[in-house]
Design a protein around this ligand. Structure first.
Ligand SMILES: Nc1nc2c(ncn2[C@@H]2O[C@H](COP(=O)(O)OP(=O)(O)OP(=O)(O)O)[C@@H](O)[C@H]2O)c(=O)[nH]1
Length: 177
């Protein structure tokens, strides 16, 4: 089990990113923010600009929609890294028609090798209706499998709902107590 890896799960607008940022800020900066989102329209551009503004100083940002393995290979033991989020990464993998199984395995293996302090954000997408199309079902299943695989490695797993963290694995981090 990797005590340096924390996984923060939650639904949309659950407050999971803010909780993940607090976990990262508990360490001395600079902090490394790895964004997997891409801005395809004005609303998303504005949303991202707001996030950059809210984060404030002290962060180094890398925008990497696909090659999280490359990012993880570049980080060192002294880095404090926030990956936000695995859900958009998975969606980018799926839409890019890469092999979901092998990309997931490669990512989980890179996570297991990292010596950096790593906080990873991912969505819990499986609690609604079964999607009525095959792509949606494929995505939902792949997300569930990815979350399980990362959670199995992580020392701490939190589930965030309504801005409140629930411990699924490990202990409540001091900064959230
Ligand atoms: N490209 C890029 N994306 C960013 C940046 N900062 C944040 N994001 C993306 O913004 C997304 C999170 O924002 P939202 O979609 O507003 O949050 P949410 O996940 O619905 O809400 P919470 O659960 O409350 O965090 C993540 O997927 C990030 O990748 C950035 O500097 N650049």
């Amino acid at each position: 089990m990797l005590t340096n890896v924390k996984l923060v799960l939650g639904g949309a607008r659950s407050g999971k990113s803010a909780i993940a940022e607090r976990l990262v800020r508990a360490h001395p900066g600079p902090w490394w923010y790895v964004a997997t989102a891409q801005a395809f329209d004005d609303e998303m551009r504005a949303r991202i600009a707001q996030h950059v503004n809210d984060r404030g100083d002290g962060w180094v940002t890398t925008e990497e929609p696909l090659d999280l393995v490359g990012v993880l290979e570049a980080v060192s033991k002294t880095n404090i890294v926030l990956i936000d989020c695995l859900t958009l990464w998975l969606s980018n993998v799926l839409l890019g028609e890469y092999d979901l199984g092998s990309e997931t395995d490669r990512l989980v293996s890179a996570i297991s090798r990292t010596k950096a302090e790593l906080v990873i954000v991912s969505n819990e997408v499986g609690m609604g209706l079964v999607p009525d199309n095959s792509l949606g079902r494929q995505f939902r299943d792949a997300q569930g499998r990815l979350n399980q695989a990362v959670a199995a490695q992580a020392g701490t797993v939190l589930f965030v709902a309504a801005g409140l963290p629930l411990v699924l694995k490990g202990e409540m981090p001091k900064v959230l107590q």
